[in-house]
Ligand binder design. Structure first.
Ligand code: HEM
Length: 170
């Protein structure tokens, strides 16, 4: 995981994935345990409260071009990773996700291992895998089935370690 600090683009790419297609767009439903006031609104006791995280991640006032997949929004002019201030994929406040660090770890390992070993390509030019269908999947966003091509980046004869060694030697 310490490698992530030296991989700002990967970090920005993963963060942009969590932003544009937040896994749990509406969080979980909660209940107001007592009557309260929030931003001028009266919330009676026992009201069901549902957080619209999707709206935060797609607010043009925050992001400018929220519908664009643009990892660069999380990089500064020197290419360093900028910690996002409006990313709520793991919720906020007292019900904040307890598993964030393990989720981020798994996410990082999955992304880098896949990209290190394979080229992931569209099956055809006309089959973009991100489309409206995944927005109709319910509580959690699930990508629709789609075809893709997976091409090995390295031949089986040579291991990644050998390639890395060769790169240093060159
Ligand atoms: C990308 C992966 C994950 C995302 C986006 C995510 C997101 C969230 C969100 C938004 C909440 C708050 C729901 C709410 O009450 O409004 C939450 C709560 C929680 N998450 Fe995650 N989660 C992820 C992975 C995990 C993993 C891997 C674990 C455990 C190993 C985990 C454990 C928990 C627990 C225990 C809570 C409840 C915390 C509480 O209510 O006090 N999560 N998660």
């Amino acid at each position: 995981m310490t490698h992530l600090d030296d991989m700002p683009y990967t970090n920005a790419f993963m963060t942009e994935m969590l932003r544009i297609r937040i896994p749990g767009p509406l969080g979980l439903a909660h209940r107001a345990m007592e009557a309260t006031k929030l931003m001028g609104y009266d919330i009676p006791k026992d009201t069901q409260v549902i957080t619209n995280f999707w709206a935060v991640h797609h607010d043009p006032k925050i992001w400018g071009d929220p519908e664009e997949f643009r990892p660069e929004r999380f990089l500064d002019a020197d290419g360093k990773f900028v910690k996002p201030t409006h990313l709520v994929a793991f919720s906020m406040g007292s019900r904040y996700c307890m598993g964030e660090s393990i989720a981020r770890m798994e996410f990082f390992i999955f992304v880098v291992v896949m990209l290190q070993r394979y080229h992931l390509l569209l099956a055809r030019d006309d089959s973009p895998p991100i489309n409206e269908e995944c927005l109709r999947s319910g509580q959690f966003l699930v990508p629709p089935s789609h075809e893709m091509r997976v091409k090995e980046r390295f031949s089986r004869e040579k291991s990644i370690m050998e390639y890395n060694q060769q790169m240093w030697d060159d």
